[in-house]
Design a protein around this ligand. Structure first.
Ligand SMILES: Cc1cc2nc3c(=O)[nH]c(=O)nc-3n(C[C@H](O)[C@H](O)[C@H](O)COP(=O)(O)O)c2cc1C
Length: 445
């Protein structure tokens, strides 16, 4: 069904379709019965049991059956892999009562048990367990945050935090808003987003178009307040089922010289501190001239340690992550790893879009006509997995990695989780696979 719609939508310019679709979804979600229908059809299935977790026929047992019966290549392979790796790792199994079950490979760090800051559960804990029965073990505890599922939306989709309610209805466990810059900026001239259907990819040179930190912070504050009000009314969200987590992806304005970039990151960090759950420092977009030079070790150290100092001043509560490009060479990756370990970074996001055009089947003439920009989607999948795997190995699993790059299906997500990622993000996959992507991935991992 979505494929037919996609064929029609692909006749129109990509950026216009993006806004048109999200506005359409917003209209649909503004009427409660329709929003519930969207949630019912798109949110990952959560199996609620009548029995208490731990009883033989109860939720833990059903979770084990569901897991094995997930049926898709991703789900089947996942259980198998996890069991095998779990037996290697010794500790990588979790059970509730007698119902031992394989845990997802996200809990397994290259054959070793997951680091203490990553937890995967088979049944919800605390209030959630008491209220709702069992989930399929989709929830994750990471950086002290509770993610209701490991599938997020990558930065750049909802740059201005305009569509959070709609994205929550689609089932995303987390959404990374931004990239946010201190001042509003228009970004590059249009057209700046192009589809590569033969490659299942996109090329973009958006250039951090966004409304600026103040407008976005105000919007997030309103979202937060609405959540609190709704939690008070329904008992959900706060203190109950985990709500959708919001990441704040921050960058610098185009006009800010690299030597002063740290000031822009500080401004955004302070402005968004109270309204996001975690931060991602973006120095890896290919569409802001010179930005990627900030991936050099000393430049990075300056920005990140400065933010860590401010974080401590403000209470030290916001996990700080760094998003890197897939085009870094081994020496540059090693620098990222040693810096991340040295300054005890909370996590890494791997990867952004690539400037490489290698291996694309789209005709060279078409690529030339499109011009500069970052490639995303299927063409970046393998390299992103390699980078995730390398980072996890080299950090010994001490720095959690959020995987981004070419995730369309449960099998793609599984590939990233097997490489050691703790969470995954989709972007281009959402465009190609449509609104059921979270449910499908969650159903097969
Ligand atoms: C149109 C578009 C805009 C993007 N904007 C941003 C951005 O502002 N900040 C950022 O960190 N990443 C941005 N990204 C990169 C994505 O978040 C993601 O890391 C990348 O596309 C790889 O994932 P994918 O293959 O699933 O698309 C953008 C990607 C696209 C396609």
């Amino acid at each position: 069904m979505y494929k037919i719609l996609r064929t029609i939508l692909f006749f129109f310019p990509a950026e216009e379709v993006h806004h048109f679709s999200m506005k359409g979804l917003r209209i649909i979600c503004s009427w409660s019965p329709l929003r519930k229908l969207v949630e019912w059809s798109c949110k990952p299935e959560v199996h609620f049991g009548k029995d208490e977790p731990g009883s033989g026929n109860g939720p833990a047992g059903s979770a084990a059956v569901d897991w094995a019966a997930a049926g898709s290549a991703g789900g089947g392979a996942a259980a198998g892999t996890a069991t095998k790796m779990g037996s290697d790792a010794g500790t990588a199994r979790s059970g509730s009562g007698s119902a031992e079950r394989a845990v997802p490979a996200a809990a397994i760090w290259n054959g070793a048990a997951a680091p203490e800051n990553v937890a995967v559960s088979g049944a919800p804990s605390g209030a959630a367990a008491g209220r709702t029965g069992v989930s399929r073990g989709l929830d994750r505890e990471l950086f002290g945050l509770s993610f209701c599922n490991p599938v997020g939306l990558g930065a750049g989709f909802d740059k201005n935090a305009l569509y959070l309610r709609e994205l929550e209805a689609l089932g995303f466990g987390f959404v990374e808003i931004g990239t946010v810059t201190p001042k509003p900026q228009a970004g590059n001239e249009q057209p700046r987003l192009f589809r590569l259907p033969q490659d299942q990819g996109l090329i973009n040179r958006m250039g951090f178009n966004n409304e600026g930190m103040e407008a976005i912070a105000a919007r997030l504050k309103a979202w937060q307040q609405r959540n609190v009000r709704s939690a008070e009314k329904t008992g959900e969200g706060v203190g109950g089922r985990p709500r959708m987590i919001i990441g704040g992806n921050i960058g610098k304005n185009k006009v800010t010289p690299n030597e002063e970039a740290w000031k822009d990151y500080e401004l955004c960090f302070r402005a968004l501190y109270d309204v996001v759950d975690y931060f991602v420092v973006n120095v890896s977009s290919p569409n802001t001239p010179g930005l990627r030079e900030l991936q050099e070790k000393d430049a990075l150290r300056k920005i990140l340690t400065h933010l860590q100092t401010i974080n401590r001043e403000l209470g030290g509560k916001r996990p700080l992550l760094l998003k890197i490009a897939p085009d870094l060479n081994q020496q540059q990756l090693d620098d990222v790893v040693s810096l991340a370990l040295e300054i005890k970074l909370d996590g890494l996001v791997a990867t952004n879009t690539t400037i490489s055009r290698a291996g694309l089947v789209t005709p060279a003439s078409r690529l030339e006509a499109i011009g500069a920009g970052g490639v995303s989607g299927a063409p970046v999948r393998q390299r992103a997995t390699e980078v995730v795997s390398y980072l996890v190995q080299q950090t010994g699993g001490h720095i959690p990695v959020i995987a981004s790059g070419g995730i369309f299906t449960a099998a793609d997500a599984r590939e990233k989780l097997d490489a050691g990622a703790s969470l995954v993000q989709v972007w281009t996959g959402f465009i190609y696979e449509g609104p059921f992507i979270v449910r499908r991935i969650c159903g097969g991992i």
